[in-house]
Design a protein around this ligand. Structure first.
Ligand SMILES: Cc1ncc(COP(=O)(O)O)c(C=O)c1O
Length: 349
């Protein structure tokens, strides 16, 4: 019987369920293990990782490898490429991904080609001769949508590996491996853990050689998650389906209300997920004033937590090309009416 994702999130990753066993696998705070068993040294394996990986893997439909951060997971994919490989990535990708590829390109490890992912034909033309196509849809923070199945198929025909950042959608809204993507990554810092108390990442793949390569990169480069972080991330993951449902409904409601506000020039919301970006009249100064005026909503740079957060993204290093008045809002679990009252008073100043 195929179980619903909400059931998988709760029931998997429990370890031994024998009488007297703990309900949750406790964080194993050990750097080294007595020789001769499954676990040897904490950089290569920790029993706390597997329950988290089991749940994420089941939700995404592959084998998951937990990392210290989203960027550690992204780095593991990039570092698995041969020297001189061409990486095609969206010009609108998360700034950290672009900066990482630019950094390794500066040292001659790879060559980056920036594309407009919403232009499928141009993206596939750029994939000729490339080793990797990097996808992010919806993108952060413009929330642009790419034709993922067409891009994945076209890239595969051209012999490129296809990886996708699924942080904004989570596997509950989009399962990239079912759409032809070979590696999925997440900043588990965001919706997967969901409480703004953990920095963590995860990569998921079906191909055994790819999974082994990701595990090797984790051990070799040392981008391992701590046991306490992994425990907390799994605890947050248990409630992802219900958090997502609530935050998504509120995000849609706020997007609709913002679209009718006189000071809002444009609302960017793809109709799903929990981030709404909107452009306010008056550019950077006006957007900064809104972010400074919120009382309930938190001015902060992350997303995917239980608390609603706003940030003017154009002020972030590397994001100066964005519309100056664009505010990215990550919608949390507060009541929609309370959030709207706060937005109205902040926009009204
Ligand atoms: C879409 C996306 N991918 C990756 C990352 C990087 O994740 P982390 O901060 O966990 O390294 C972020 C962080 O903001 C993100 O928004």
């Amino acid at each position: 019987m195929a179980l619903d994702p909400s059931t998988l999130a709760v029931s998997l990753g429990r370890g031994d369920r024998g009488p007297g066993s703990p309900m949750d696998v406790p964080p194993v705070l050990s750097s080294t293990f007595v020789a001769g068993g499954q676990y040897v040294y904490g950089r290569d394996g920790n029993p706390t990782w597997e329950p988290f990986e089991e749940v994420v893997g089941a939700l995404e439909g592959g084998a998951a490898v937990a990392f210290a951060s989203g960027l550690a997971a992204i780095s593991a994919v990039i570092e698995s490429l041969p020297a001189g490989a061409v990486v095609v990535l969206p010009a609108g990708a998360y700034t950290g991904t672009r900066r990482l590829v630019a950094d390794v390109a500066t040292r001659g490890r790879v060559t980056g080609r920036l594309v407009d992912l919403t232009d499928t034909a141009a993206t596939l033309a750029a994939v000729e001769g490339a080793a990797l196509l990097w996808l992010e849809s919806p993108s952060n923070p413009l929330l642009e949508i790419a034709d993922v199945p067409a891009l994945a198929e076209g890239a595969k025909e051209r012999g490129a590996l296809v990886a996708m950042d699924n942080t904004f959608s989570t596997p509950l809204l989009q399962r990239p491996l079912d759409l032809g993507v070979q590696v999925v990554v997440h900043s588990a810092t965001k919706l997967l853990s969901g409480h703004s108390d953990v920095v963590m990442g995860v990569a998921v793949a079906r191909d055994e050689a790819l999974v082994q390569s990701l595990r090797s990169r984790r051990s070799l480069h040392g981008g391992i998650p701590g046991p306490v972080e992994t425990f907390l991330a799994l605890r947050g993951l248990r409630t992802l389906p219900i958090r997502l449902e609530r935050a998504q409904a509120t995000a849609a409601d706020l997007a609709r209300r913002l679209a009718g506000h006189a000071k809002v020039e444009k609302v960017r919301y793809p109709g799903f997920a929990t981030v709404v970006s909107f452009d306010v009249e008056g550019g950077a100064a006006s957007a900064d004033a809104v972010c400074a005026a919120v009382r309930l909503i938190v001015p902060a740079t992350s997303l995917g937590g239980v608390e609603t957060m706003v940030e003017r993204r154009g002020k972030v290093a590397g994001e100066e090309h964005l519309p100056p008045g664009l505010i990215r809002m990550s919608v949390g679990l507060e009541h929609a009416d309370d959030l709207w009252a706060d937005l109205e008073q902040a926009l009204g100043r």
